[in-house]
Design a protein around this ligand. Structure first.
Ligand SMILES: *Cc1c(COP(=O)(O)O)cnc(C)c1O
Length: 543
């Protein structure tokens, strides 16, 4: 098919004419809505395996000079892009927090683009603004459980906000700590506040050297970006309880006091409800006490684990979250909403006044424009996806989804424990666990405690890395990998497989297949021989 000519007529058609029913794009659309999994299994086939090869398809820096027919372009997308993307819907794709979505989101996405609302201001969103405020209210209610009067007073108040909607957990963390910073370094005396005068003047006015943030070593990397952006500086992230996956409140208190005694102050303690790597939950209730004693903000990063609150069974694990000054939630994780749905929730509906911004043409004083307290400007109506999911699935639907994910993760942990050649590294608190391949013989040698484990672990690391890569490239299933410091091996990090059970359609049979595939790959990797030779020599030395 030849290129379309650059005529206004052609361009107007792009704006006004629906695609012909037989066109490639219409066929794609039809296939997607008729049978998404069939579409994915037919088209997302990883035609090329290496990224370098794929880069060759996207190697032209020249702007397309002439318009193209939509159909021509759609064929190009199918061939170059879709085939080599990742089937995150596959039930054997259990390596990351991105998973299958309920099918109705496809149609809703079309509605969203069709309406193209901009939530920054009421003039471009109208009903979407109250809708977003209601969604924030619902999620606030899930976390803080305030009275009906409380919500009646604050849900649509022009001078309050129960939270801020944003594109994800990263921006939610930034927003929360931005509010915390401006609250901590608020105007006093002649000082007009950090928001107006900046950090240098603020530190002077408050007579401090630095502001610090305490979190565990499992804190999400977005916290590093946040303190960087807020001018606090990455060296002022204080990692407490470095020998553990979770924070020890006593240590946090001691660390915080020592830091304050050096002429510094604390911006916040950040507790994580479901760490990204291992799914651990900090002792939130006790950390709330510590934050109170240290006089600092308490933020809970519940981007992944927040949805656990839907489950009456597992909700107690997050006890104390209701005492946090702010909470991060990601609806695009365990709430099965498409990406771009993060939220910060504030305990105090007046908290976001600390970052409120006004402009003349929009966001005028007294207006209910959401943009006056969000970091982002133009923003789409993703809140609708959360709203619809909450309605279609309901609290009890979410409870079922959360419960079955955690139960499945626990079953998988048992399967790993039972298997002679695998080692469970971290138990699933939520639906996340880590483990590694470690032949029974090697486990015995490691556990004997008679050898320098370092060499053996290094060999295992390479082996696990190779298995993970080959499994990914084979394209049937996917687990991710990370490096963790664990108590069994102080002063070293080991490479582990990381599994996130999120897709409701993942079965125990799938999990079993994934383990069997790993055993099979391992048996063919030359590294296994290297490892066994290493073990023999160790045996020999001690014999
Ligand atoms: C995923 C995650 C984030 C970051 O969220 P994005 O939506 O990827 O920006 C932050 N914290 C935790 C604990 C997470 O799991």
């Amino acid at each position: 098919m030849s290129n379309a000519e650059a005529s206004l007529e052609h361009l107007f058609r792009v704006f006004t004419m629906p695609e012909h029913k037989d066109s490639t794009l219409s066929q794609i659309e039809q296939h997607l809505s008729d049978n998404l999994s069939d579409f994915l299994s037919r088209h997302v086939v990883a035609k090329r395996t290496s990224l370098e090869e794929i880069e060759q398809d996207f190697n032209d820096p020249h702007l397309p000079s002439q318009p193209e027919f939509v159909s021509t372009h759609a064929e190009h997308l199918l061939e170059k892009l879709v085939t080599n993307s990742v089937n995150t819907y596959a039930p054997t794709f259990i390596g990351h927090m991105t998973s299958a979505l309920p099918y109705f989101h496809l149609s809703l996405a079309k509605l969203l683009v069709g309406l193209n609302q901009n939530l920054v201001k009421i003039e471009t969103s109208k009903a979407f603004t109250p809708l977003e405020r209601q969604v924030l209210g619902m999620m606030h209610n899930l976390v803080y459980e305030q009275s009906d009067t409380f919500y009646a007073n604050h849900l649509h108040s022009a001078v309050h906000s129960l939270g801020a909607f944003c594109s994800g957990g990263t921006l939610a963390n930034v927003t929360a700590l931005w509010v915390a910073r401006n609250t901590k370094l608020a105007a006093r005396g002649d000082f007009k506040g950090v928001s107006k005068e900046g950090l240098v003047a603020a530190y002077k006015a408050y007579n401090i050297n630095n502001l610090g943030l305490i979190c565990s070593k499992r804190g999400h990397y977005s916290l590093g970006k946040t303190v960087d952006l807020l001018g606090i500086g990455r060296t002022n992230i204080l990692h407490a309880s470095v020998d553990s996956h979770t924070l020890d409140p006593k240590e946090v208190l001691a660390l915080g006091k020592a830091y304050q005694a050096q002429g510094n102050d604390l911006l916040a303690i950040v507790g994580v409800a479901g760490t990204t790597e291992t799914g651990h939950i900090d002792p939130l209730d006790e950390l709330a006490d510590v934050a109170q004693e240290l006089g600092c903000w308490f933020h809970v990063d519940a981007a992944w684990g927040g949805a656990t609150l839907f489950s009456d069974t597992y909700k107690p694990l997050l006890k104390g979250i209701e005492r946090a000054d702010s909470v991060t939630l990601d609806a695009h994780k365990q709430m099965y909403v498409p990406m771009g749905a993060g939220m910060t929730l504030f305990k105090d509906p007046a908290a976001s006044t600390a970052v409120r911004h006004h402009a003349q043409y929009i966001l005028r004083k007294g207006s209910k424009d959401l943009g006056s307290t969000t970091l982002e400007g133009s923003r789409n109506g993703m809140a609708m996806m959360v709203y619809s999911s909450l309605h279609v699935l309901g609290k009890s639907g979410y409870q079922l989804l959360i419960d079955q994910s955690i139960q499945k993760a626990k079953l998988f942990a048992e399967m790993i424990n039972r298997h002679p050649d695998f080692e469970l590294i971290t138990e699933p608190t939520l639906s996340l666990l880590t483990y590694r391949y470690c032949p029974a013989r090697v486990q015995t040698v490691l556990q004997s405690g008679e050898y320098d484990t370092h060499v053996i672990n290094e060999n295992l690391d390479s082996l696990i890395k190779a298995i993970q890569k080959q499994q990914r490239e084979a394209g049937k299933s996917f687990v991710s990998r990370t490096r963790l410091g664990i108590n069994a091996y102080p002063n070293e990090c080991i490479t582990v497989f990381r599994v996130v059970i999120a897709n409701p359609l993942t079965t125990v049979a799938h999990l079993n297949d994934i383990l069997e595939e790993q055993v099979k790959i391992a048996s063919k990797v030359p590294l296994l021989n290297t490892l066994m030779t290493c073990i023999e020599s160790v045996d020999h030395v001690t014999a």
